[in-house]
Ligand binder design. Structure first.
Ligand SMILES: Cc1cc2nc3c(=O)[nH]c(=O)nc-3n(C[C@H](O)[C@H](O)[C@H](O)COP(=O)(O)OP(=O)(O)OC[C@H]3O[C@@H](n4cnc5c(N)ncnc54)[C@H](O)[C@@H]3O)c2cc1C
Length: 451
């Protein structure tokens, strides 16, 4: 099929960026989005207000020429500010090189910028308030609902960027013998806010991602332009404590007073927000296939929703867009080849970041408090300095490099074993046996060429 007409479902981060890539390749794109235009209406409170943007996402934004426009929206976060029980907060840097930072960005601000750039290409039309109700892939018919009215239209080629509940994923699955696994997390989340101080001043360190790790649950907070923070409580849905037990203002206050007293002091609206904002659910989606002939594809959360504990869902979705673009270039616009290659390349990587994200929940809510975790982190940096071609800390591989996620997971597991072996009986970095380290790294970790 040589058509230059593409239909995209969903104008979230993935759909908006993908339509820019496609427009730059000369395609005419129509995007259908179920919500109203977020540039004109207020986004309902409590729906993931800010996100961490890292190297993979920024690479894609730079590829489409938007990084200079995105920069003013970003707040650098140099590390985790860990709020332990009792002691003062401590900054644990994410990396040991000046550029090893991640950035807090407003989801709405970034998506609005992408929509603006897509529309100004002259090749992208976004139709808001249009909900995809279903797709008939054989007949190339798309069922939409607009203002209560249902109707059908034709499409040539369709790409589902319609998030975790994707209709396009459902349609592709109906045409295939494979299946989709959904793994719900037993913990949910609630968004709250820490307002700015006087003259839009930050009331905690601005250039950090704040974490209150409490073992079974945690609170985090990311800075926003304007001096406030968006805080997110991750907590079990059932059991004690859980969202089920925090059922009135008194219990909520007592829980925060006991667990997060310094945060509570900065949250004057806590009860109103807690009981008005929705409790979000979190799941991992693993599905296959991702495409139907050369005519339909899913990417972003539609193909691989992951839990948010590595801050990679959007970054991975942006990397998908860049990877599809590269596949189309390599295949000379032959979509049949490009879609098969795209799925083969991205599926194992999506599975890997799904696993790493689940593992990172334990790290964020618990391990960051341990002296051993901190010792291993410092040792990892020392080893990176000593063996720059062989050892890159796992967090850095995911956040600051574009090493395929599956490779980061594979190397990360070997590195973790190496760090365990080197710190088994020492408590101080200066006592680590570097001759043993040389031998382990020589044996276990071959040279790598980070892209
Ligand atoms: C609490 C939380 C924190 C997170 N933090 C981070 C982070 O720090 N860093 C990071 O990289 N990622 C983070 N993520 C993940 C990130 O939000 C997602 O991976 C990202 O939004 C995926 O983008 P997407 O465009 O694929 O899907 P979505 O953002 O879900 O967008 C899908 C779009 O499709 C539209 N749509 C859906 N169904 C239909 C339909 N039937 N018809 C028409 N339109 C439809 C939706 O309205 C939406 O606009 C976080 C997620 C959560 C829940």
């Amino acid at each position: 099929m040589r058509s230059k007409r593409i239909t995209v479902i969903g104008a979230g981060p993935a759909g908006a960026l993908l339509s820019i890539y496609l427009a730059q390749r000369g395609y005419e794109v129509t995007v259908y989005e179920r919500h109203p235009d977020l540039r004109r209406v207020r986004i309902p409170a409590g729906r993931s207000i800010n996100l961490a943007l890292a190297n993979r996402g920024m690479h894609a934004l730079a590829e489409v020429g938007l990084m200079d426009r995105v920069k003013p929206l970003l707040i650098p976060m140099r590390g985790r500010m860990v709020h332990t029980e009792g002691g003062p907060p401590q900054l644990q840097p994410y990396g040991h090189k000046p550029h090893e930072v991640i950035y807090s960005v407003s989801r709405g601000g970034l998506t609005a910028l992408l929509m603006e750039a897509a529309e100004s290409s002259g090749r992208v039309a976004i139709r808001f308030n249009h909900t995809c109700q279903g797709v008939d892939l054989e007949r190339h018919r798309l069922r939409l609902r607009d203002d209560g009215k249902e109707f059908e239209i034709d499409f040539d080629r369709i790409i589902g960027c319609d998030g975790i509940q994707s209709r396009i994923r459902q349609a592709i699955l109906q045409s295939a013998s494979d299946h989709c696994e959904e793994e719900p997390l037993a913990h949910g989340y609630k968004e709250l806010s820490i307002p700015a101080g006087e003259n839009q001043s930050f009331r905690m360190e601005a250039n950090a991602l704040h974490i209150w790790p409490r073992g079974d649950h945690m609170l985090i907070a990311l800075p926003n332009l304007g001096g406030g923070f968006t805080a997110t409580l991750f907590l079990a849905q059932e059991g004690d404590p859980s969202f089920a037990t925090l059922c009135d203002a008194a219990r909520l206050r007592a829980f925060f007073h006991q667990q997060f007293p310094d945060a509570l002091a900065l949250m004057p609206q806590i009860a109103r927000e807690f009981f008005h904002h929705p409790t979000g659910t979190l799941s991992t989606i693993r599905t296959r296939p991702w495409h139907f002939r050369d005519e339909a594809l899913i990417l972003g959360d539609a193909a691989h929703a992951i839990v948010p504990f590595h801050g990679q869902g959007m970054n991975c979705a942006f990397e998908d867009c860049g990877a599809l673009n590269a596949c189309l270039t390599r295949a000379g616009e032959d979509w049949d080849t490009a879609l098969a290659e795209f799925e083969d390349e991205r599926k194992p990587n999506a599975d890997a970041i799904a696993d790493l994200s689940l593992e990172n929940y334990l790290e964020m809510r618990s391990s960051v408090r341990d002296a051993r975790f901190q010792l291993q982190q410092e040792l990892a940096w020392r080893l990176e300095e000593r063996y720059p071609d062989r050892f890159i800390p796992r967090y850095s591989m995911v956040m600051f490099h574009r090493i395929p996620y599956a490779e980061a997971k594979r190397r990360g597991a070997i590195q973790d074993e190496t760090l365990d072996a080197l710190t088994a009986s020492v408590h101080n970095l200066d006592h680590v046996d570097l001759v043993y380290a040389d031998r382990l790294i020589e044996e276990k970790l071959a040279d790598m060429n980070p892209p």
